[in-house]
Design a protein around this ligand. Structure first.
Ligand SMILES: Nc1ncnc2c1ncn2[C@@H]1O[C@H](COP(=O)(O)OP(=O)(O)OP(=O)(O)O)[C@@H](O)[C@H]1O
Length: 310
């Protein structure tokens, strides 16, 4: 019988999917020490590459039968690892090393390496929704955890100066948004849960699982990562005063009347656009599409995070 506890112990193993271009020299040592302290076996160390930001590595970790995978890197690394772990029951730990660190910030995961590692290997876990997404005729699905954006938002993400973003956070987004003032709106048709339909000449459509972006800007008020719902925001400013209202919403983090913003919630969202438009997932511009389908997968992702005390 005494072998039972030994077996249990040897079975406690985690993997580290790490973007090696993002980490400090001290990180491997910090992780190994934490593993030893917590009674884990030697971690399975898997590095991402320029061609694969973590997809194959997360699959490898899952196949190896680990209980937890630590995603160490920026939002791109975290998104891809989360996408592969969804529905598997394998826990996700996050050691944020990017500039945005959107999911970590939204979940109150510490931004310093040693504290983040402690949370990632700790007992506290939350079941989060994740969003399955497909674009145009591409049947292969991808996923995001924070938000998808079409239009202005994707343009901002690809244009926002990285150094500025690191220094002044939200102001950089507003500065980038102002560069796009006067951007041509696109005819967008948004269908929620197959029956509610909205047609707008819009500059931006956000589909959010989580409401806040960098600098604690609450882009989608009320969006919660574990309510089983997607929150959709469509901005269709026509006149300068509408633009100002949109900017004010960003700055004051409050819903405003008269800012030409529609907000809807549902489980499945289809966006159709009259011509190809940029889209981003969790802050990374992915490409262009004319049709995007997003579907919530409630509670499919187990994230090691501090207890939610809202
Ligand atoms: N070994 C590697 N060598 C070079 N580039 C890599 C390597 N591993 C990953 N990458 C690149 O890093 C990118 C992912 O970066 P990651 O999301 O970790 O940080 P980030 O984009 O700077 O984060 P943030 O958006 O939060 O600032 C991918 O586009 C990938 O091409």
């Amino acid at each position: 019988m005494s072998t039972t506890s030994d077996d249990d112990r040897s079975e406690r193993r985690f993997a580290v999917v790490v973007n090696p271009t993002k980490i400090s020299e001290a990180l491997p040592e910090l992780i190994n020490e934490a593993a030893e302290r917590g009674g884990w076996s030697e971690p399975l160390w898997l590095e991402t590459t320029a061609d694969d930001p973590g997809r194959r590595m997360a699959q490898q970790a899952r196949d190896a039968g680990v209980q937890t995978v630590l995603a160490v890197g920026g939002d791109g690394t975290v998104r891809v690892v989360a996408s592969e772990l969804a529905g598997s029951g394998v826990g996700l730990g996050i050691v944020p090393e990017g500039t945005g660190n959107l999911l970590a910030r939204n979940l109150g995961i510490p931004l310093t390496e040693s504290e983040a590692i402690a949370v990632a290997l700790g007992e506290s876990s939350r079941d989060l929704d994740i969003v399955r997404i497909s674009t145009d005729d591409d049947a292969s699905a991808d996923r995001f955890t924070v938000m998808a954006g079409l239009g202005l938002d994707a343009a901002i993400m690809s244009n926002t100066d990285e150094a500025l973003k690191a220094k002044i956070g939200s102001i950089a987004y507003v500065a980038a948004a102002l560069q796009h003032l006067g951007r041509e709106p696109r005819r967008m048709r948004i269908t929620v849960d197959d029956h509610r339909r909205l047609e707008r000449r819009a500059i931006l459509c956000l589909i959010g699982n989580v409401g806040a972006v960098q600098g604690d800007i609450e882009l989608i008020p009320g969006a919660l990562p574990d309510d089983g719902l997607l929150d959709v925001v469509v901005a269709s400013p026509r006149r300068l005063r509408h633009w100002f209202a949109v900017a004010l919403r960003l700055i004051t983090r409050r819903e405003r009347s008269g800012d030409r913003i529609d907000q809807l919630t549902g489980r499945r969202v289809v966006v159709e656009i009259d011509q190809p438009e940029d889209y981003e997932l969790d802050g990374d511009t992915i490409g262009q599409c004319r049709r995007l389908v997003a579907e919530i997968e409630p509670g499919a992702l187990q994230v090691r995070a501090p207890v939610d005390d809202r």
